[in-house]
Design a protein around this ligand. Structure first.
Ligand SMILES: Nc1ncnc2c1ncn2[C@@H]1O[C@H](COP(=O)(O)OP(=O)(O)OP(=O)(O)O)[C@@H](O)[C@H]1O
Ligand SMILES: [Mg+2]
Length: 742
């Protein structure tokens, strides 16, 4: 049987780049290798690490169907990148972001005030776009595992990293990205803490080190935490229960992207001086070339920005770049980039109430920390205790740490209750969840209601309770009781429950459910899938989905009886097919669950016959599916599996041939035996000759059955359950024994 291994997968879902790592059988982390990322372009940027970097880019076609993700998507103009910066944001916040970063996206307002993108005819949430990345990363991780160890892998826990400073809306949206990707058992892990874990695992902290500062400046976020190494060290391998961070600070809108935006402004200004007017058509090329120049300037002193479309080249020096980020304020106001970073760093120390001289190690994470000016600022502020990047990779250690340990999620922004216009803190930032806290509310005689209003620092209130007021009415007949206990429960995954105990009764606040769709298919969904796949007018989709299922089934059933080398090939082909099949399957479930919601479909409706309108929509879903890249991959991989299975079955056919030879041999031996005995005047006992003849007949039938079954398996119509193969070989053994007697 194919060996099946279960392990954890850590995904660093970055604004610009993602990475992933899993734990192998010996408990060590393995960074996933993305074969598609081995391009000259990515190698130029990230050197040897390019193969581990998965660009967080998704390309859609004009109908809003996802075409490509990762490196392939970077080649398409109009692809989506930096989507993490829109996660969990309101429409208004997203518009500001779009303007600041000069993104060409069409941002629209969702029904709860949330930001969505209009892509073709579709309205897509940022987390849906990110889910496309997550799906592909998981597929590639499975492939990598299979290439390395030849066994099948099931990731039983998927950990997605988030900036420690992310608020609740952002975290909920990240988790939903995982749900959209069809993942179950998703854990969120704070990025800088994951990096510290990887660093400790690699032995980069000294035994007596106490405080370590993690400064994580990525493409979109700055995250600063101070961790106590003594606590990290003590934590058990599996879970760091009481990880109290000394401090956590940052800015989820500050990163390499903001620098790029400043440089783009400067380039546009330079072009203007030459009377070249830049319209929107040129922006994407300028952005890409500017980013490359900025990266080059971490090692070189000058870089050229070649703008092919405009036929123009502009030189950017390191001096100029440093000038731009240390002098020019962001968005035309406020502090310059470098000063913002410095301020956040100093805020961290103020809150942690420790001195900078108490920091033993500084861990720099994220691409922009490779810039000499950023490193210089850190050295000026904290001193020379930076762990060098050849010791630990600033681009990959977040993913690595994420798969190594279960790190609980941390409160990024404090929670509080608004009481008589004052903020009463319920959960402090930096503490780990789960949290349970009860706040007492003394009701004044004049009060007729208790307004429950929870806020999280600067959070926009669109998702659920936060920011919304719930009224608990005070019952005047209760007399003098006049106090209420409000209990907050934040689960390990930051899910919030609030109960109010007042006048002897307990009230649970009706918080909105956050799950968009169920990952486990319900009965209703099963029925609808059957209708969808069984619909003859969905011919291509139905055929591919059914045939792929059978191909995979055949692979599982047949592989046990194959030669070792065939087993490996079949397994790999089946794995590839399965990954894409799962993605498509999840997509179908999602589309069908939209239909269920839209039409209010019930099991009864399905049993009584589906409306023509619904059926028509199912056909449209089928048609749209046919253009999707992952659907095409299912077809392609199904053909590959078909070929591999065909080869393997041909070799199995050879063993059928052998069985046939055995049969011929049996007949000959039987006849010879009879002749010899006849000559000796002694008859073969009826019982023996009869049994041999019966066995030969049985073998005949088994060979025919097996041949038919194998033919069907090759045509991918049906699985071979192996029963006939076993039967043939058993019969061969029995015949051999009988022939001895003959
Ligand atoms: N050598 C370099 N010098 C300067 N900047 C760099 C370098 N390498 C990468 N960058 C910049 O770093 C950013 C990408 O870094 P990284 O992959 O760490 O971010 P991310 O993980 O995608 O973002 P975040 O952590 O904010 O979600 C981009 O802005 C990129 O231009
Ligand atoms: Mg990052």
């Amino acid at each position: 049987m194919i060996k099946m291994v279960k392990t954890r997968l850590g995904i660093d879902l970055g604004t610009r780049n993602s990475a992933a790592a899993f734990v192998d059988e010996s408990g060590e982390s393995v960074i996933v290798h993305f074969q598609e990322s081995e391009t000259a372009d990515l190698k130029r940027r990230y050197g040897n690490e390019a193969k581990h970097i998965f660009p967080s880019v998704v390309a859609y076609d004009r109908y809003g169907e996802c075409m490509h993700v990762g490196e392939m998507a970077t080649r398409f103009e109009g692809a989506f990148w930096d989507v993490k910066r829109y996660l969990g944001k309101s429409y208004e916040e997203a518009l500001k972001e779009k303007e600041k970063l000069k993104h060409p996206y069409t941002v629209i307002r969702g029904s709860d005030g949330e930001a969505k993108f209009k892509i073709g005819e579709k309205e897509v949430l940022p987390e849906e776009i990110l889910s496309e990345l997550l799906k592909k990363i998981k597929i590639d991780a499975e492939k990598h595992y299979n290439r390395l160890y030849g066994s099948e892998i099931r990731f039983d826990r998927i950990k997605i990293t988030v900036p420690a400073y992310f608020g609740r809306n952002h975290k909920i949206a990240t988790k939903r990205a995982g749900e959209f990707a069809g993942f179950e058992n998703i854990h969120l892990i704070p990025e800088p803490v994951a990096a510290a874990i990887a660093c400790m695992h690699a032995g980069k902290f000294d035994e007596d080190d106490r405080y370590a500062l993690v400064f994580d400046l990525g493409a979109g976020t700055l995250d600063i935490v101070i961790v106590d190494h003594r606590i990290l060290k003590k934590a058990s391998d599996e879970e760091i229960e009481k990880l109290k961070l000394m401090d956590i600070t940052g800015n989820i809108e500050l990163g390499g992207d903001d620098m790029d935006s400043k440089i783009v402004d400067w380039v546009i200004g330079e072009l203007k001086k030459d009377k070249i007017d830049v319209n929107d058509d040129y922006i994407e090329e300028i952005q890409k070339k500017v980013e490359q120049a900025k990266i080059d300037l971490s090692t070189d002193l000058t870089a050229s920005i070649h703008l092919d479309r405009l036929g123009k080249s502009i030189t950017l020096t390191r001096e100029k770049l440093e000038g731009l980020i240390s002098e020019m304020p962001l968005s035309g106001k406020g502090q310059p980039f470098l000063e913002k970073c410095r301020t956040e760093l100093n805020n961290g120390f103020k809150n942690a109430k420790i001195g900078k001289d108490e920091i033993d190690k500084v861990l720099l994470i994220g691409g922009p920390t490779k810039m000499p000016i950023i490193r210089k600022m850190i050295k000026e502020e904290i001193g020379d205790c930076i762990i060098e990047d050849h010791e630990i990779s600033p681009m990959l250690c977040v993913a690595e740490g994420a798969c190594l340990k279960d790190i609980p999620i941390i409160v990024g922004k404090p929670y509080g209750l608004i009481k008589y216009d004052q903020f009463e803190e319920v959960a402090k930032k930096g503490v780990t969840m789960p949290i349970r806290k009860t706040v007492t509310w003394d009701i004044l005689p004049s009060e007729t209601r208790i307004p429950i209003h929870i806020v999280q620092e600067k959070e926009h209130p669109y998702y659920d309770t936060i920011g919304k007021e719930y009224d608990i009415l005070v019952d005047p007949t209760i007399g003098n009781v006049q106090r209420a206990d409000i209990t907050f429960k934040l689960s390990r995954e930051e899910e919030l429950d609030i109960t109010v105990e007042y006048g002897g009764s307990k009230i649970e606040l009706p918080l909105k459910s956050r799950k968009l769709f169920k990952t486990k298919e319900s009965n209703l969904m099963d029925l609808l899938i059957k209708e969808f796949v069984g619909d003859k007018s969905n011919y291509n989709t139905s055929y591919v989905m059914v045939a792929a299922t059978h191909a995979m089934l055949s692979a599982v059933n047949l592989s046990e009886f194959m030669e070792k080398s065939d087993q490996g090939k079949v397994k790999e082909a089946k794995n590839n097919l399965e990954s894409y099949f799962n993605v498509v399957h999840i997509h179908i479930i999602r589309k069908l669950s939209e239909l269920i919601n839209e039409f209010g479909i019930t099991e009864k409706n399905i049993k009584e016959g589906i409306d023509e309108e619904v059926r028509q929509r199912m056909r449209e879903i089928g048609k749209a599916l046919e253009g999707r890249k992952d659907f095409l991959e299912v077809k392609e991989n199904m053909e590959v599996l078909g070929r591999v299975l065909g080869d393997a079955t041909r070799r199995m056919r050879w063993s059928v041939e052998q069985a046939k030879e055995e049969r011929v041999k049996a007949k000959t031996v039987l006849e010879k035996g009879m002749t010899v005995r006849n000559q000796r005047g002694d008859e073969m006992p009826k019982e023996v000759s009869g049994r041999i003849e019966d066995k030969i007949a049985e073998l005949d039938r088994a060979i025919v059955d097996l041949e038919t079954e194998m033919k069907n398996a090759v045509m991918l119509e049906r699985g071979v359950d192996g029963g006939n193969i076993l039967k043939v070989s058993h019969l061969q053994v029995e015949l051999d024994a009988l022939l001895e007697l003959a």
